[in-house]
Design a protein around this ligand. Structure first.
Ligand SMILES: Nc1ncnc2c1ncn2[C@@H]1O[C@H](COP(=O)(O)OP(=O)(O)OP(=O)(O)O)[C@@H](O)[C@H]1O
Length: 262
């Protein structure tokens, strides 16, 4: 049986000079490959600028890779650019305040993916909004409020609800708790774990926090300057890193932890 989602040698460059006589490209994703099954979490780690967010945007179809394959349930979704991509692989971002339209009610924000997908009628959409708000631990009557009336943690719950509206199989989460108060981070992580359990969701989880990654993930992919430095089961990579870069990252994280614990 094919994996739920697999990436094969994904590459992406950006043009960094507009001079027609001297075009320059910067390759920011250099041949990334992984596979992910339902209910699993793949963490993508690496320092700032290593290409993690670019990879995330490619996974949800917001960017076209220059080459490589992205297989969802065995078929190459980059070629077919199919609707099942939009429906099945959804994204949540670091900053829920930026990802929710401040002028739209929660109902409007949650209904939008259903309308785009031409899913259901007005009553079934209303029911789905109430169901998903309940799933993320919010009251259905919140639907008629605006984002600014919620706390950061509640806004991230709403962003998660929006990602869940079409009942996706994969959620790509780009640093989903790093903009939140520390006290709220654990609540959102627990919500993500609970949703994974209940809905058999697969996550691609981008994070700087290696402690969290160790706790939260099955597999880990280490990126550095766009390259895939290491990929494997999280326990193996963390206990026996094969690349020097991973070892440095782990050491830096351990000394950082010690410093903040003092
Ligand atoms: N649209 C773009 N045009 C040109 N360069 C880009 C573009 N998007 C990203 N880059 C460059 O690609 C590189 C990788 O960026 P990316 O945001 O994917 O890294 P990252 O690992 O997610 O970093 P961070 O953790 O800081 O978000 C960076 O050098 C960035 O400046």
């Amino acid at each position: 049986m094919p994996s739920l989602l697999s990436a094969k040698l994904i590459r992406k460059s950006y043009k960094v000079s507009n001079n027609p006589f001297k075009q320059r490209y910067l390759e920011v994703v250099k041949g990334i490959s992984f596979s992910l099954n339902a209910g699993q979490t793949l963490a993508v780690v690496g320092e700032s600028g290593s290409g993690k967010s670019t990879l995330a945007r490619i996974l949800v179809g917001a960017e076209q890779p220059d080459s490589g394959e992205l297989l969802f349930e065995g078929s190459n979704i980059i070629k077919s650019s199919s609707f099942s991509w939009y429906r099945n692989i959804r994204m949540i971002f670091q900053n829920p305040s930026a990802s929710l339209n401040p002028r739209a009610t929660i109902r409007q924000s949650l209904e939008e993916p259903l309308i785009n997908a031409k899913a259901g009628n007005s009553q079934s959409r209303k029911d789905r909004i109430a169901e998903v708000l309940d799933l993320v631990g919010l009251r259905p009557e919140y639907a008629d409020r605006y984002p600014h009336t919620f706390s950061g943690g509640q806004r991230q719950r709403i962003a998660i609800a929006r990602a869940l509206m079409l009942n996706p199989k994969v959620i790509v989460a780009d640093e989903p708790v790093s903009a939140l108060d520390v006290s709220v981070q654990a609540q959102i992580i627990n919500l993500l774990l609970d949703l994974q359990d209940r809905l058999d969701l697969a996550y691609v989880f981008i994070s700087h926090d290696l402690g969290l990654v160790q706790h939260f993930s099955d597999k880990v992919l280490v990126m550095h300057n766009g390259e895939q430095k290491e990929y494997g089961r999280v326990g193996e990579v963390f206990s026996q890193p094969q690349s020097r870069y991973t070892l440095e990252l782990l050491n830096a994280s351990a000394s950082y932890r010690k410093a903040i614990e003092k």
